[in-house]
Ligand binder design. Sequence first.
Ligand code: S3P
Length: 429
Amino acid sequence: MGEVILRPYQHALMGEIEVPGDKSVSHRSIILGSLANGVTKVTNFLDGEDCMRTINAFRAMGVTIHKEGSTITVDGKGVSSLKEPMEPLYFGNSGTTTRLMLGIISGLDFFTTVYGDESLSNRPMDRVVQPLRKMNASIDGRSDGKYLPISIRGKKLTGMDYSLPVKSAQVKSAILLAGLFAEGETTVTEKTQTRDHTENMLEAFGADISRNGLSTTVTGKNTLSASNVHVPGDISSAAFFLVAAAIVPDSKVTLKNVGLNETRTGIIDVLLDMGANIKIENQQTVSGELIGDITVCSSDLNGVTIEGDMIPRLIDEIPIIALLATQANGKTIIRDAEELRVKETDRIAAVVDVLSTLGGDIKGTDDGMIIVGKTTLSGGKVASYNDHRIAMMSAIASLVAKDDIVIDDASSISISYPTFFEHLQSIIS
Ligand code: S3P
């Protein structure tokens, strides 16, 4: 896609959008489908680059996976059917694929090497490597396994009790997945609740799993049974249009069939706290996950403070929340979000750079940012940092900017939302 020029747009947004499937749930559906016995049919799968990395990894280990658009069929034959891949596994930009797969591969009786693109090669992997080594995993890699490339010689793993030092669903999931095939029990305890899609799906696939507050235990005596998965719309993708409708005067936009798992709905709570006009309808539970339609109408907004337990519930939405804050009256403070420094890019630095280029009043802090609104944004040339969520935030900024916004390279958007520009076009009246 390369460079994209967005003309200023000062009209109301109207319409309905059905965002693509949730990225986190899509990855997990392929992983559990491949480990299970039987055929798993996945509908509304996210047809984005990151999720294809997970499909390709299991194909390389001998699993038959058919894909027709967003419908996937995984012909699971159980964990013992997985074969040593002939070549190193390439995980591209996908942190979720990498961290979850490290948990699985560590317990498989073969040799595997994994690597990724430049961004992924600079993201910390020691957060999963260290706990997996405590379970007897044999892992080596660049800087003693802190970074990709990483090689694993599969071993019989032993269960453990582990308190998560980082607020990360990827780390929690890696350990739980390793625990499925380890000797004895594996318990993971987190300080703050992070997204629990792995736990929900493990229950649906019949795993021996129990939850007690912030602790989750799995045993090593697991045989998973195939279970069909309907993937909810991704609230992290819907977030761009929820914010667009909230900040562009006279707008009304409905996002259909969006995942409303409580561990992910921080963006809705923040919008409500700021004074947004939001209605949620048609709630139902599908494949163990709550979904519903969200309608947002524009309104006057006020700055808020976002911190503590709220952060993991909206970690991926902080770039678009920062744009939202430039359109709210007063100060918005975001803290306890140091994890943003190790996402696809340093998202604190990237957001501050993009929004200050556009004339926003924003300052980075060690663990977040402070934004003062309301500002009229100018145009300008901005860098996407090859980060899908930074590129989409910049595109939404054009809806309230005075002049053209030029994004240097918007191709990363296909990581999580390949139909983003079509959907944006559809609500421009
Ligand atoms: C994810 C967990 C989060 C999130 C990422 C997807 C997952 O990462 O930012 O986009 O699917 O488990 P961390 O676990 O690093 O917080």
